[in-house]
Design a protein around this ligand. Sequence first.
Ligand code: BYC
Length: 327
Amino acid sequence: MLHDVARDADICHILGYRRPVAFDDLLAGDGRVEPRDEMPEGYRRTLVRQIAQHAHSEIIGMQPEGNWISRAPSLRRKAILMAKVQDEAGHGLYLYAAAETLGVDRADLLDQLHTGRQKYSSIFNYPTLTWADVGAIGWLVDGAAIVNQVPLCRCSYGPYARAMVRICKEESFHQRQGFEILHTLSHGSPAQQRMAQDAVDRYWWPALMMFGPPDDDSPNSAQSMAWGIKRFSNDDLRQRFVDMTVPQAQALGLTLPDPQIAWNEDRGHYDFGPIDFTELAEVIKGNGPCNQQRLAHKVQAHEDGAWVREAASAYAAKHARPTEGAA
Ligand code: BYC
């Protein structure tokens, strides 16, 4: 019965109309909450926090890779990297638009990022020192992003879930381009192999930290899972990522920098060594290797782009359709 209610609700949404359904009934029937539905204030706030943090991550995430556009080793690599970085801008756009359906203003979200009141993913506070880092970001960071984000396509909030469908398709292309860069390097000269291994050594642990603190130390997880925002816990997703990545590392001929990685027959999963979560806490607090540089660059880019926003607003005002009743 509840499933019928949810399915009806989805069909009516596609047709542009939906009968109001109580929040709890929607969740119980695995339906989607839409912007005009009533929702608890805590649910709305949690979504704004997570979607804004996600959007900021996409935009700040353009910097480490953008660093290598002018130094990509071939025209083909440059064209692919430019397309990827441009995709991240698009992801940010979809996500800010999804956040705005919750009644917040994009300019305000940006202000909160620029003044350190909203976060972005820890992973983008690490430097990209060599070309192989672009491969490691694609393979490991986008790989982790896919594992984290595919379940978000079933998030209970409709606009976020729908934005994630397209984002995940693009992330999957990104992950493969990273794998292909590392595959080329790991089958290249000894110097290229060393470069690929060094990148994986530096990005492995930060990639595991992207999934957030361990479940026992994750203040938001229980409520977010009860609301159907998160579908799996941080530790479950982290394990899924390790299980997926270990065979890929073997295919690449690269070693993951954790001697404790071993298949555990009883659990049906790979075991792995302890993660230094004090490092994650420090990076989140602003003490990672590149936090200040990333934020300063973002603020500068925003200030430099002020004239574009002004021009776009002036254009929109000039071409605005007269509203009904206006002279
Ligand atoms: N970095 O209770 P918890 C990408 C914060 S974009 C920074 O477990 P939650 C890509 C957390 O916000 C990648 N902060 O939180 C882009 C919370 O603080 P507040 C971004 C983190 O929300 C370009 C506190 O720690 N992906 O892949 O239930 C190029 C306690 O944590 C981190 C998303 O944003 C972190 N790693 O779970 C390439 C996905 N981890 O806000 C690639 C959507 C935790 O209470 N977000 N914190 O002060 C999520 O799935 C969840 O928000 C998280 C955290 C799993 C990240």
